[in-house]
Design a protein around this ligand. Structure first.
Ligand SMILES: [Fe+2]
Length: 265
């Protein structure tokens, strides 16, 4: 659903639709509903990134191809580091907390179903002899091959995490244990996201974050102090000045038309 698509041109909320956050849907605020909602906002940024690439790939001008390739490879780095962190850290910590090694069995299988396709995406872009060899048709062929298992996973993982609120060993809602566990998880995940790339992955996340989503419920999330946010955006613009024009949002996280998509007649 287009919430505030700025023009009649296709925008980054198709072909993969955004995922509603469990907090918005249920109005609950236990640690798993909140955690799943934060994960959901990261997933939605990854989905907007996918959609922005999908719509622009066939229209990239010769002069912009090198920058578009950089933008696409950053999307890959974002998704790969996100999935790797889940497999090696987040899921492991949640399994320990709930003393249950089975809760993410499906999520691991889902990762395995689309990660080979994601690897092909990266291999294709990294193996080009020159930016001029880039073919949007070829990239779309690779993307559509993993689109379905990718989308299924991005949605189902949110439900899986939100449903852990009903786990028999979930911390009691409102308890000191719940609060301290939640802040430990939030701090660790925030740090992991920043560490996955302060000059590429983190800005990619911010440049594909629609602050008006769900009536602006997430406008102040994540809680990055304004000067730090300003620094991240400007350092990213300095290091990669040509990449961010392909993003779905501007530096203030407002939706913008997709740069390379021609105006509809
Ligand atoms: Fe995830």
């Amino acid at each position: 659903m287009t919430t505030n698509s700025p023009t009649e041109k296709p925008w980054a909320d198709t072909p993969l639709a955004m995922i509603p956050t469990p907090v918005f849907v249920t109005k609950k605020h236990d640690m798993f509903t909140s955690g799943a909602s934060h994960m959901c906002m990261v997933h939605n940024s990854i989905l907007r990134g996918y959609n922005s690439i999908y719509h622009q790939a066939p229209h990239v001008a010769e002069a912009d191809k090198a920058d578009f390739i950089g933008y696409c490879l950053t999307w890959h780095k974002f998704l790969k580091s996100h999935a790797d962190n889940e497999d090696t850290s987040l899921f492991v910590e949640m399994e320990k907390l709930l003393e249950d090694g089975a809760i993410f069995e499906e999520s691991h299988k889902e990762h395995d179903a689309f990660m080979p396709g994601i690897a092909k995406f990266q291999e294709y872009l990294s193996s080009l002899g020159s930016p001029g060899e880039f073919s949007g048709v070829k990239l779309l062929e690779i993307m559509t091959a993993f689109q379905e298992p990718f989308e299924i996973h991005m949605r189902s993982e949110i439900t899986t995490i939100a449903n852990l609120a009903g786990h028999e060993r979930a911390p009691v809602v409102g308890s000191a244990k719940e609060k301290s566990t939640q802040s430990t998880f939030d701090a660790r995940e925030g740090k992991k996201l920043l560490m996955s790339g302060a000059t590429d992955v983190m800005p990619f996340f911010l440049f594909n974050f629609d602050s008006s989503y769900e009536d602006g419920l997430w406008a102040n999330w994540p809680p990055i102090p304004a000067p730090v946010r300003w620094g991240l955006i400007n350092v990213a613009k300095f290091w990669h000045p040509g990449w961010w024009k392909f993003a779905s949002c501007d530096a203030a996280r407002r939706t913008i038309p997709l740069y390379a998509v021609p105006d509809s007649k």
